[in-house]
Design a protein around this ligand. Structure first.
Ligand SMILES: [Zn+2]
Length: 240
């Protein structure tokens, strides 16, 4: 009887040793993964927002060439002792036909900078984002008139003959999108209706940033209202 108990105890001890070893191995591989990813997180915007408590997602748009950009979504991982950035999505995107560096309305360029999110919107129903979501119907415009320059409005509430963008006409581009705060002071002539939206039939936009509809829905579902959008230029030549 004693022998059997001892054997059982040995098995239990051995099991604990094996379990402990498995945990140690798992911890080691997690550390390795973090170390590999940290090589990519030396980006100055990621480093800055790592220590800004309210910001949990950063979208980086980097111009590559022509009207192409690399789009990366980074999500803050708070599971460790110190926060870290994990990459959640990486895809190609498209910018204005005339490239980067928007300064005025109609220049067909995409603005460079660090932007906040105003609202999500779409012709299609909310794909599951927690962002405020404007369901686009025939009354929704992004105004370009003095009454509400660079604001998404419902013309039943802001009554005027609006000459801004009639969002419902941009299908499939505005199936899903979000409005970011370029020209948040709403200065007339500086540019209005700068969006992140779905790509249409051309590999460029009128100054917005576009990705596939699938990636647009994924971005909307992953970000909150405090996410940051970083758009960076390059010296790459333009032309298709
Ligand atoms: Zn208007």
């Amino acid at each position: 009887m004693k022998t059997i108990k001892l054997a059982l105890a040995t098995v239990i001890v051995m099991s604990l040793v094996i379990a402990a070893h498995t945990v140690a191995t798992a911890a080691h591989s997690a550390a390795t993964t973090t170390a590999q990813q940290s090589q990519d997180t030396t980006d100055p915007s990621l480093q800055h927002y790592l220590n800004v408590d309210s910001v949990n997602q950063v979208i980086i748009v980097q111009h590559t060439d022509s009207t192409y950009v690399d789009v990366q979504l980074w999500i803050k991982d708070r599971s460790g002792n110190t926060p870290a950035w994990d990459i959640d999505l990486s895809c190609r995107g498209y910018i204005g036909e005339k490239g980067m560096g928007k300064t005025r309305q109609g220049d067909e360029k995409t603005p460079i900078g660090d932007f906040g999110i105003i609202t999500a919107f779409g012709i299609k129903p909310n794909p599951g984002t927690t962002l405020p979501y404007v369901d686009v119907n025939e009354y929704i415009y992004c105004c370009a008139d003095p009454v509400a320059y660079n604001r998404i409005i419902d013309v039943r509430k802001v009554k005027h003959r609006c000459r801004g963008e009639h969002l419902i006409n941009y299908n499939p581009q505005y199936n899903y999108g979000f409005f970011f705060d370029y020209n948040k002071e709403c200065k007339r002539g500086k540019g209005a209706a700068l969006f992140f939206h779905c790509v249409g039939k051309y590999p460029f936009t009128g100054g917005c940033v576009a990705v596939t509809e699938e990636n647009m829905a994924a971005l909307l579902c992953a970000i909150d209202i405090n996410a940051r959008l970083i758009i960076r230029g390059s010296d790459a030549p333009m032309g298709h």
